[in-house]
Design a protein around this ligand. Structure first.
Ligand SMILES: Cc1ncc(COP(=O)(O)O)c(C=O)c1O
Length: 363
């Protein structure tokens, strides 16, 4: 068959999302979901939307949600753009700011979807290689950013879990483009932050924050994210989104979730406490555990047998994320490893039992 696809699509590999086993008794610690259910207020809001709103189109601007998010970030609603999951934020950003042939830059290893989306748009990709402390070299960063239409920075980063400072992020501001700070894990950071960066004069007018409801608000199944940016950026990005990108049930759920901050913060605290416990349990088993400000830990085992550990855990119905980063700086801490999502205490107990068995079999 002749090649019907655009050449760049033909040439690229698609993004491979984490495994989502349906059914069965799995300890699922592979895609950074929240192990706790969403607020009961969210379930009520879904029920109400499902009984009263399904025959008409949703509000294309999701004004109720924008107002709730604006209050949280202490901006006006015209700073907020809702999206069908934060992945859609990223798609909107690439389509808004990148011409075919433009360049994007992002730290590597991090969220490889940036690269996939850039390739779909036929853009060039510059990876900013991280060193063994998960830092970039400031001069290389500035040089790469200078040539880029978009710089993407997940903060905290995935899979490494570290968080960069505002001074470091400033090194990645493009001269003639935008800086996207992807705060998918922002609510888990040690110091809570809600958009302060946007009011720092180094970032004003050229910076977009993205957030998701999938992690801290326990709504991965709903698909809802949003961006926060100055109104002149938001209004432009609005032209690019699908007319009804967020459905009525999702808008109702996401709005109720933001309005129950106490629920989110209590789950955040539980996750952080379990993260400390998990790190302490892994170290005696030969794992190096890197400090994390997110709801997961990046780990490496002294045997280096990460793929085997992942497979043996999977045989025991425990799913973690084995990750490999071809072309990463030749530092052992970046080439490959295992990312473990922080689950409930009970899930982590089951994980610890399984991993102790697996490690015992290796030696
Ligand atoms: C860094 C980062 N950004 C964005 C997303 C996408 O989140 P969503 O579920 O809202 O599409 C993820 C999901 O894992 C992520 O890890």
């Amino acid at each position: 068959m002749s090649n019907l696809f655009r050449q760049n699509v033909q040439d690229m590999a698609g993004y491979a999302p984490g495994e989502q086993p349906q059914g069965g008794d799995w300890v699922k610690l592979n895609t950074n979901e929240n192990p706790y259910p969403p607020s009961p207020a969210v379930v009520d809001a879904i029920q109400q939307a499902a009984t009263s709103r399904l025959n008409v189109y949703p509000d294309p601007l999701a004004m109720g949600f924008r107002e709730a998010a604006a209050e949280l970030f202490q901006v006006t609603p015209d700073w907020i753009l809702p999206a069908n999951g934060s992945d859609e934020n990223l798609t909107i950003l690439i389509r808004s700011f990148c011409e075919p042939g433009s360049q994007i830059v992002y730290p590597y290893p991090s969220y490889v979807l940036y690269e996939t989306l850039a390739k779909i748009q036929d853009c060039r990709v510059e990876r900013l290689l991280l060193d063994s402390d998960f830092q970039w070299e400031p001069q290389s960063a500035a040089a790469a950013a200078a040539k880029s239409a978009v710089a993407f920075v997940p903060n905290p980063n995935s899979p490494t879990g570290n968080r960069w400072t505002a001074d470091q992020l400033a090194q990645l501001r493009p001269n003639d483009g935008v800086l996207v700070v992807d705060e998918a894990y922002g609510d888990f950071a040690d110091t809570p932050h809600r958009g302060e960066l946007l009011h720092d004069e180094r970032f004003a007018g050229r910076t977009i924050l993205t957030r998701t409801l999938s992690k801290s608000y326990s709504l991965a199944g709903i698909r809802f994210g949003f961006s926060v940016a100055a109104p002149e950026l938001t209004v432009g990005m609005q032209k690019v989104k699908d007319s009804y990108n967020c459905d009525a049930v999702a808008i109702a759920a996401a709005t109720a979730a933001l309005q129950d901050q106490q629920w989110m913060l209590e789950n955040r605290q539980k996750i952080i406490a379990t993260r400390t416990r998990l790190a302490a349990a892994l170290e005696p088993l030969g794992f190096q555990v890197f400090p994390s400000e997110a709801n997961f830990l990046w780990t490496q085992h002294s045997t280096g047998q990460h793929q085997t550990i992942y497979e043996k855990l999977k045989e025991r119905h425990v799913l973690v994320r084995y990750m490999t980063f071809p072309g990463a700086t030749a530092e052992a801490s970046l080439a490959d490893g295992i990312r473990i999502t922080v689950g409930t205490d009970e899930q982590i107990d089951r994980f610890c039992e399984a991993v102790a068995e697996v490690v015992g079999e290796l030696s």
